[in-house]
Write a protein of this length. Structure first.
Length: 256
């Protein structure tokens, strides 16, 4: 796990965007795992501005609310098309987002996993992190080997997402999410976390024990996870000075 602490969220996001661009230039038919929420919005803006070629790229989103129509302004279908897909030359047939209104949810989740395998697996997965340490919508106590499935949101997550809906009562209670095992299969992870409200979850993820009660902590076991932070999100890390030193002194061949 590489911890990259920058002076601002913008600076950290710019470095993350270059990492993703490097993958797409090296492998034009790359498979990306994509995240939603406020954290990756600036990342997607930067990728749009790079004018990359997305014609052969395939994408798989982490999650979707159960019961929201695709056209609902807070559905992740709407989010992805508004913030990324309509601005790039990706083939719509290569875009995959869980269907929160699938008539047979269990079969749909199995099919989603199969589509990821058929695409060759995810090359790079973009991640955010919840204030309780969840990735995707794998809430605390989720199995560390879980696969795409329906999850019930915690009260904390619904409160955190209420700002997008107007109030907590409007936030759906259930989601489809890639499982932790599915996320761990990705060849590379880019995790973004900004602001003091993420500091505790970041510290538990990076320096705490690996536990299902902090789902993101399993990323310690992944061979290529990069965590991009601003100073506020890094403020509870005990070894932040070391992480800064490592990044500033990387050999040239590691600078991507």
């Amino acid at each position: 796990m590489e911890i990259i602490i920058q002076a601002s969220a913008q600076a950290a996001t710019e470095i993350a965007s270059r990492t993703i661009a490097h993958v797409l230039r090296r492998k034009p038919h790359a498979v990306l795992g994509l995240a939603t929420g406020s954290t990756p919005v600036q990342l997607y803006k930067l990728l749009i501005d790079m004018n990359l070629d997305w014609r052969q790229v395939s994408s798989f989103n982490l999650d979707e609310y159960v019961g929201l129509p695709k056209a609902h302004p807070q559905s992740y279908h709407s989010f992805m098309w508004a913030n990324l897909f309509k601005h790039i030359n990706i083939d719509p047939q290569n875009v995959h987002i869980p269907d929160g209104n699938a008539p047979d949810m269990a079969s749909h989740c199995l099919a989603y996993e199969q589509k990821i395998r058929q695409a060759g697996g995810i090359d790079l997965q973009v991640l955010g992190i919840g204030t309780d340490g969840h990735i995707g919508f794998n809430e605390p106590s989720s199995s560390l080997g879980s696969r795409t499935r329906i999850k019930t949101l915690t009260r904390q997550t619904r409160q955190d997402n209420a700002r997008f809906f107007g109030n907590e009562d409007q936030v759906p209670s259930h989601v489809i999410t890639m499982g932790i095992g599915t996320i761990m299969d990705a060849r590379q992870h880019v995790l973004l976390a900004f602001g003091p409200h993420k500091a505790r979850a970041v510290a538990q993820t990076v320096e705490g024990p690996i536990t299902a009660m902090v789902p993101a902590s399993i990323l310690q076991m992944h061979p290529d996870t990069r965590v991009y932070l601003d100073p506020e999100a890094a403020e509870q890390l005990q070894r932040s000075d070391y992480y800064r030193w490592v990044f500033e002194h990387k050999p040239l061949w590691q600078r991507v």
